[in-house]
Structures are given as C-alpha cells and as structure tokens.
Design a protein around this ligand. Structure first.
Ligand SMILES: *Cc1c(COP(=O)(O)O)cnc(C)c1O
Length: 390
C-alpha cells in the first residue's frame, strides 16, 4: 500500500475471492458481504452467467472506442430503454461521470432551445453526486470541496423533500432539478411520499428538466428496477452506474429523446464508455435482475431485515434507534457511533458501510436468500448484546 495515494481511510483487510454474498481472505476467514462494493455487486461475487459472458467476450474483442458501432452497447441501451422511460442512452464508466453527462445534457437542452441563460441546476441538501469538480459542486459536502477550488456557481442548494421551498427557487435561469430518489451517502434519507410526483409536476409547469441520480438506488436495489418507478413518474433524465455492471465499471445517462435533443454529434464523449466487456456484462446483470424473481426477493428479504432490525432496536434502544430505506437499501439509524458498530460487526464477520447522519448501511447482493438474512440478523444481535455489556 506504500505507493497508494492515501485518499481513503482503509481497513486492514483484503480478500482473495468471493462466492455469492461471501468474501474470503487468504487465510480462509469468511465474511458476509452486506456492502457489495457499495451497491455494486448486484448479483454477488462469482456469478456464473457473468463469468461465462465476460470470458466468452474477452476471447473476441475488448475495446474498439466509440468511433465504431459496438453491438453489445446497442443491445444494452435497448434493454435499459425497454425497461424504463428511457429512449436514448450515453455510456460512461462511473457514477460521477454519469452525473457530469446528466448535468451537461440538462444545460445543453435549453441551449439548444435558444435559452442560453438557463444553466442553473437546483440540487439538494445532503446530496452526494460524486468526486469530480462538477459533481463536488452539485453535492452538499463542504469538506469534500475543501481546497480544490470548486466553482459552485450554476448549482443552487434547495432543501431535500420540501416541495414548497423548492418551488420558490425556480427562476428564469433554472435548467433542471437534480435529486436522488433516496439519498444514499447522505444517510438513506427518504423524501416524504409524493415528493417525486410533486417535483415532476413542478418541473413540467416550469419547463425545466427533472434529473434523477439513481446511481445507488438503480438496478433493483429498492425492489423496482429503478426507484422512481415506485412513484410511477417519468423523469427527463437519469444517471445510473454502481449496480449496473455487477462489479464491472460502467455508468450511463438515460434520457428521453426530447431531453437528449441537445446532445448532438461532438457534444460529449468517453473513450472507454460502454465498451464490449462492460456492455455485455451489464446487459446480463439487468436481464438476471428482471428474471428469477430477483425484485420480489429484494422486497421480501428487505421486509424480513427491516422487521428483524426494528425488533433489535426495541431490544437495544441505547445502541440503535431504528431502520429506514427501501428493499435492500437499508439504513440502521444508530445511537452509538455508526463506524463503531460497523467495525464491531466486521469483527463478527458481517460487512456493512457507514453513511451520513450516523446511519449504518446494509447493501447486500439482491439475490441473497432468507438464510443469509438470518445470519445477518444473528450477527447483529450478537454484536449488540456484546456492545450493551461493555
Ligand atoms: C456513488 C454515487 C455517486 C458517484 O459514483 P462514483 O462511481 O463513485 O463516481 C454518485 N451519486 C450517487 C447517488 C452515488 O451513490
């Protein structure tokens, strides 16, 4: 690690292999992985179909650049659009890039319509959109911006979930509203019921775009392929990444043709975006999530884990307060320090990841079984019991 730039507070733990929701160290210790690389390993580790598809494609061609047509990319775009509001997709390699593309698309839409001043994006309190200069400006973490000379002009901060207050920020310079359906890094924060529907109406009335950051909520995490589908609304554009490649880096900007109308040849690009390997893997991820009742599994096991954690919060109220989230996007609201609970769970063999607001996240693979959920609850109970004694 000597040559690794120390930008992360890393844990001294490394894994050699994974199998489903399990990770194994070189010494053979096993951990139940309820982090999934932060909502990335949608189908767990070493998924057979993904291994086959990746190895078969790797024998043919890996990369040609977007100078040429890439068949698996076209097929992936078709799969995404068939199962969402989308009509037009741009591929990139990460969440932050998908947000950069989304922001560019919103501004370019108005530019293309002759509204050159409509460049302001309304962004939410406690939002997280990535670590590039543009997405740092859009996000609400002042510490992340510290010392990087980030120019936040063009981004207007509004209160997450408060439609009345948000409506007052719209003016002639407003291009779009950008929001996470459920805030992930911010602490699994859920807006009041109807918020997205109200935002949709507000945007339509004012002829501005509704842009969703589904980087963490997308690809089945909440029990629908995309979280906004719970409210049956149609956004204009959506950023996805994390779970899309099941561990292979890929992101995408998904839009209606109308919203994408400014994205003409030469306006945007990515060398690696949607290459052969990434595209064929992502297509299989989506197809697997849509079959085999994976989405039902997310809802059922989400329910089971929510119930179990709620019971534990009644039993150990000094340690945990409750649980929030949707499907398998689960936030344990802590009364003790979330990082402390995280490391204690890790010592008992369960991996979890802290978020804002002193919340501890559980983001298991979507294809776990009831048995895995039970193991998780057991480890949680055992750990809370120990912590209460101390
Ligand atoms: C993780 C995340 C991002 C950034 O994704 P990267 O791949 O790390 O660039 C953006 N938005 C949300 C909601 C995220 O959870």
């Amino acid at each position: 690690m000597y040559n690794i730039m120390p930008t992360y507070g890393r844990i001294e733990l490394s894994f050699e292999r994974g199998d489903g929701p399990w990770l194994f160290t070189e010494e053979g210790h096993k951990y139940l992985d309820f982090v999934s690389g932060i909502a990335v390993n949608t189908l767990g580790h070493s998924n057979k179909e993904l291994i086959n598809i990746l190895s078969e494609q790797s024998k043919k061609v890996w990369h040609t650049s977007n100078l040429y047509e890439i068949k698996p990319q076209s097929e992936l775009a078709e799969t995404i659009c068939k199962n969402s509001f989308g009509e037009s997709v741009f591929f990139c390699n990460s969440g932050a890039e998908s947000l950069e593309g989304t922001i560019k698309l919103c501004r370019r839409f108005h530019f293309n319509n002759g509204d050159k001043n409509k460049t302001d994006i309304l962004v939410c309190s406690s939002a997280f959109h990535g670590r590039t200069l543009g997405t740092l400006a859009a996000g609400d973490n002042e510490n992340h911006r510290q010392g990087f000379g980030v120019n936040t002009s063009g981004f207007i901060r509004v209160p997450f979930g408060d439609i009345e207050k948000i409506s007052k920020f719209i003016n002639k310079n407003t291009a779009a509203i950008l929001v996470e359906p459920i805030q992930g890094e911010g602490g699994i924060k859920i807006a009041p019921e109807g918020f997205l529907k109200n935002l949709r109406n507000l945007c339509s009335e004012n002829q501005i775009l509704l842009a969703l950051d589904e980087v963490q909520t997308g690809i089945g995490r909440t029990g629908k392929l995309f979280a906004h589908q719970w409210e049956e609304i149609v956004p204009d554009v959506m950023a996805i990444a994390k779970g899309l490649g099941g561990g292979f880096p890929i992101g995408a900007v998904v839009a209606t043709n109308k919203a994408a109308s400014g994205m003409t040849p030469g306006t945007h690009g990515s060398t690696f975006g949607g290459n052969f390997l990434a595209s064929c893997v992502a297509k299989s991820v989506i197809n697997q999530v849509l079959k085999n009742k994976v989405l039902d599994n997310v809802i059922n096991l989400g329910d089971k884990l929510f119930k179990g954690i709620n019971l534990l919060s009644l039993k150990y109220p000094k340690l945990i307060k409750g649980v929030r989230g949707k499907g398998l996007m689960i936030g344990i609201i802590c009364n003790i320090n979330n990082a402390e609970l995280c490391s204690n769970l890790r010592n008992e063999g369960l991996l979890s990841v802290p978020a804002g607001d002193n919340v501890l996240r559980l983001l298991p693979p979507l294809n776990i079984t009831a048995e895995h959920a039970d193991i998780c609850l057991k480890i949680l109970e055992k750990t809370l019991k120990k912590l209460e004694v101390n």
